[in-house]
Design a protein around this ligand. Structure first.
Ligand SMILES: *[C@@H]1O[C@H](CO)[C@@H](O)[C@H](O)[C@H]1NC(C)=O
Length: 257
């Protein structure tokens, strides 16, 4: 319902722009951002439902490799932003290099990257994945279970990333006391910087080292990522740019010497 309201109200924005002469540029850029986000959300929901139906019926239940192969098979015929094997392989390499045990994912979508990461975590590892849309979250959780993972290995939280970050310490169990050692941000890019700031403020990032991976889907303006880069440049004491990767901006956080 909300999404339809958004989809209907977004086309009205040009009228607002017409009324504004002073800040026309700013409003216009906001309009384009809102439009891109609305498209992704409305399109994303349909994608999630169809993808889920395909994967659920075609894969071998309990076999994580079969789940991922079925995702890739689906994406080969139905190109999707949420399922990208090339990006998935780069994510795999990052996870294998970083050996994280407590991972936060913001933006679960179809559960594709959640499953990819879960299969690379140690037995005591835990993934917390956040998805704003309740239906998407339910379908994604089902895919994780179908892949053979158990509830002690992951938790799906349904709310905005900002809300979750405020209460996340309640969900980090004992082996995560030291904080998160990997964060994957794949939600609204406009939330990338605010959420990074909130994670720092709430002291949720492991002080001896945490990698934050920002998915870069921009094919043009990467303003939101440039804001993150500017923040890193301004805080060289504890933030730095990690390994140069295609599709992903890696930021390293370290507060202890
Ligand atoms: C994001 O990706 C685009 C397109 O590949 C690239 O031009 C841009 O430099 C990337 N941005 C960052 C911050 O890595």
């Amino acid at each position: 319902m909300n999404m339809w309201l958004l989809a209907v109200s977004v086309p009205l924005l040009p009228a607002i722009i017409m009324l504004s002469t002073r800040c026309r540029h700013r409003v216009s850029s906001l309009y384009h951002k809102a439009l891109a986000w609305a498209r992704k959300m409305v399109g994303g929901k349909v994608c999630v439902r169809r993808t889920h139906a395909f994967v659920f019926t075609q894969c071998t239940h309990g076999k994580v490799d079969s789940v991922l192969e079925t995702f890739d098979l689906y994406a080969a015929k139905n190109p999707s932003l949420a399922i990208d094997q090339d990006m998935g392989k780069i994510l795999d390499e990052a996870v294998m290099r970083l050996h994280p045990s407590s991972v936060l994912e913001l933006g679960m979508h179809c559960g594709y990257s959640s499953v990819r990461m879960l299969r690379l975590l140690p037995p005591t590892g835990k993934l917390i994945t956040v998805e704003m849309d309740p239906l998407t979250a339910d379908l994604g959780e089902e895919i994780i279970l179908v892949s053979g993972f158990k509830h002690h290995q992951f938790q799906v939280l349904t709310s905005s990333s900002a809300n979750i970050i405020r209460t996340l310490h309640l969900f980090l169990d004992q082996n995560c006391r030291k904080g998160l050692d990997l964060v994957l941000m794949d939600h609204d890019p406009q939330q990338y910087l605010p959420d990074l700031l909130a994670l720092q403020k709430e002291e949720l990032l492991c002080s001896s080292g945490c990698s934050i991976l920002f998915i870069n889907r921009t094919r043009g303006s990467d303003e939101d990522l440039r804001e993150v880069l500017a923040h890193v440049t301004l805080n060289p004491k504890y933030l730095s740019i990690g390994k140069h990767l295609p599709f992903i901006l890696e930021v390293l956080y370290k507060k202890d010497d």
